[in-house]
Design a protein around this ligand. Structure first.
Ligand code: IPE
Ligand code: MG
Length: 221
């Protein structure tokens, strides 16, 4: 979800107004994904590197997240959406963490769609925490090195038993991965659009999906 700051600055507004405006795109994409029967939607909301931003912007992002969770819980329940977090939530402010845990607990039996929020997430930190937990299991004799396959390794990632993403959409015209799901996107189709995140609505998402439908996926074969 990129381009919130530019969206706001282009209107002579403070950057944080762009983040606020981005929430309606979160709603629209989650709604369309669920309507179309997409089973997992992952939103990259806050990276490990985003802590380098101005503390006031970080504080606003955390507050918006908290607001979103509070306001969206009834919709998540109504639409049978399970909320899940990718990333180290122990690094988030206590209030946000408690709230996230509560929403994850309340929505855990919802089976229509999983909404992954990548928070305090980076692809490298994901791979590293997996490697650490795997080595602890090997040391404890719970896992044999010979049993360590790509499938086993994947289960230790924050995405656990979720399948790899089919499509990765990046808004705002940037052409980089920015430490997102590095392991999981080995054969993911990429869709880059100049549209800024707050302008990315259902028609844009549909366009990306139709584009994806024209792709021929060979997985190296
Ligand atoms: C992305 O928008 C939102 C988050 C990191 C939460 P940006 O804040 O990166 O917006 P630009 O890239 O400065 O326009
Ligand atoms: Mg950006």
């Amino acid at each position: 979800m990129d381009g919130n700051g530019r969206w706001a600055l282009g209107r002579g507004l403070p950057r944080v107004m762009g983040h606020r405006a981005g929430i309606k795109s979160v709603r629209a994409t989650a709604e369309l994904a669920r309507e179309l029967g997409i089973q997992i939607l992952t939103l990259y909301a806050f990276s490990v590197e985003n802590w380098k931003r101005n503390p006031r912007e970080v504080a606003t992002l955390m507050r918006l997240l908290d607001e979103y969770l509070r306001r969206e819980l009834p919709t998540l329940m109504k639409n049978e959406i399970r909320l899940s977090v990718l990333g180290d939530i122990t690094g988030l402010p206590q209030g946000v963490r408690e709230h996230l845990t509560q929403v994850m607990e309340t929505t855990k039996a919802n089976g229509r769609m999983t909404l992954n929020l990548a928070l305090n997430y980076s692809g490298r930190s994901d791979i590293l925490q997996a490697a650490k937990r795997i080595s602890a299991e090997v040391r404890a004799g719970k896992l044999k090195e010979s049993e360590l396959t790509e499938t086993t390794f994947s289960r230790f990632l924050y995405t656990q038993d979720q399948p790899d993403p089919d499509l990765l959409i990046r808004t705002s015209g940037e052409q980089r991965i920015s430490n997102f799901l590095l392991w999981q996107i080995s054969y993911t189709e990429l869709y880059l659009t100049p549209t800024l995140w707050p302008d990315f609505g259902k028609p844009d998402f549909l366009k990306a999906l139709v584009d994806y439908q024209q792709r021929e996926r060979r997985f190296g074969a």
